[in-house]
Design a protein around this ligand. Structure first.
Ligand code: ADP
Ligand code: ASP
Ligand code: MG
Length: 332
């Protein structure tokens, strides 16, 4: 059985008209030979609006409740798309992350996928259904609903494709593929036909949001071909693949592939004499980052200072906590 997993991102499913176009695309692709799993994001800016709503209704939204709220965005798109496919005479079923068997750890807001129980998806595929899965979400072993991190529907798609041993995973978005730089910033950016998992992982982690970095990592682990294509135009797109397949004819390749930038980050500087050898302080800093689910993108050390780069939206609360454990508690 040939299985293809397709993922449609926020802008591509933003309106009813967008969903109608996607229905046509799916119907044109669906055949007796190919089984389709469609992973969808929330429509347009729905996730941002839900976050703003949570912050309006509560000063400090509980992480578990926030995750439950955020998953409703993707669930809406999946249900709507499935209804539309059914109406057009195609058997289709919508599944939440939980119903799709996606098990994660309990890190609300940035959960890691532990396993995918594929039985439910496979039963529907074998019965001739198009399976529409709500992206960005999972369930932990206690039954709590989690989200996988912003942009996480890419991860849902690549992980599902890998678990199903699909032939490929296609990520449909609002651009023709992966470019040498964000085409919205650099008009002369070049479309890359192929890029290796390793290069794409670097670029995605450094801010190229065309693919979620963890989706690339999962693709690399399971050698899943990932295509990035335009959701509305017909384009060959870009293929993310193994280093050896990316440019097999050139033994040593010195070409520069990609330039990217990361926004909304903050540098935190912790100053203290001989900090480099202050193991107690360093352990506290990294343990706090782990507890608070703060990603450290870059570290630099000198004898006098430890600098770390983290997400701007987490920088104030992290600074307060650092101050509390490194200065207030120590001088008590
Ligand atoms: P989706 O909602 O479909 O997941 P995203 O907004 O997450 O889409 O990702 C697509 C966006 O990624 C594009 O609109 C583009 O501005 C941005 N982007 C950044 N770097 C690149 C790049 N090198 N190639 C293509 N797109 C890029
Ligand atoms: N809707 C989620 C977000 O905006 C996940 C995604 O779009 O992939 O981050
Ligand atoms: Mg995205």
């Amino acid at each position: 059985m040939s299985i293809v997993v397709q993922k449609y991102g926020g802008t591509s499913v933003a309106t009813k008209e967008n969903l109608e176009k996607i229905c046509e695309k799916i119907i044109a692709y669906a055949s007796k030979k190919i089984k389709l799993v469609i992973v969808v994001s929330a429509q347009g800016k729905t996730t941002d609006h839900l976050i703003a709503k949570a912050n309006d209704y509560s000063n400090a939204p509980n992480k578990r409740d926030l995750d439950l709220l955020l998953t409703t965005g993707e669930i809406q798109t999946a249900s709507l798309l499935s209804m539309m496919l059914n109406e057009r005479g195609y058997d289709s079923v919508s599944l939440t992350g939980y119903q799709a068997g996606i098990l994660s750890d309990s890190t609300y807001g940035n959960a890691n996928i532990k396993h995918i129980y594929t039985e439910n998806i496979l039963n529907y595929l074998n019965s001739g259904y198009i399976v529409v899965v709500a992206g960005f979400q999972a369930i932990d072993k206690l039954g709590n609903i989690t989200t996988l991190g912003r942009g996480g529907s890419d991860l849902s798609a690549v992980a599902i494709a890998s678990a199903l041993k699909a032939n490929k995973c296609e990520i449909y978005s609002d651009i023709d593929g992966i470019y040498s730089a964000d085409p919205r910033i650099i008009s002369k950016a070049k479309l890359l036909k192929k890029i290796s998992y390793n290069e794409m992982l670097e670029a995605a982690s450094a801010g190229a949001k065309v693919l979620h970095n963890r989706s690339v990592n999962v693709g690399k682990k399971y050698q899943m071909p990932i295509y990035v294509k335009n959701a509305v135009k017909n384009s060959n797109g870009s293929l993310v693949t193994d280093d050896s397949l990316e440019n097999p004819d050139v033994i040593e390749n010195k070409n520069i592939k990609f330039i990217t930038k990361k926004e909304d980050i903050a540098k935190i500087c912790i100053v203290g004499d001989m900090i480099m050898s202050n193991k107690k302080a360093i352990t506290k800093i990294f343990s706090l980052a782990d507890e608070e689910n703060v990603t450290i993108y870059m570290i630099s050390f000198s004898e006098l200072a430890l600098n770390i780069i983290i997400d701007k939206d987490k920088s104030e609360s992290f600074m307060k906590k650092l101050h509390s454990i490194l200065i207030e508690e120590e001088t008590k």
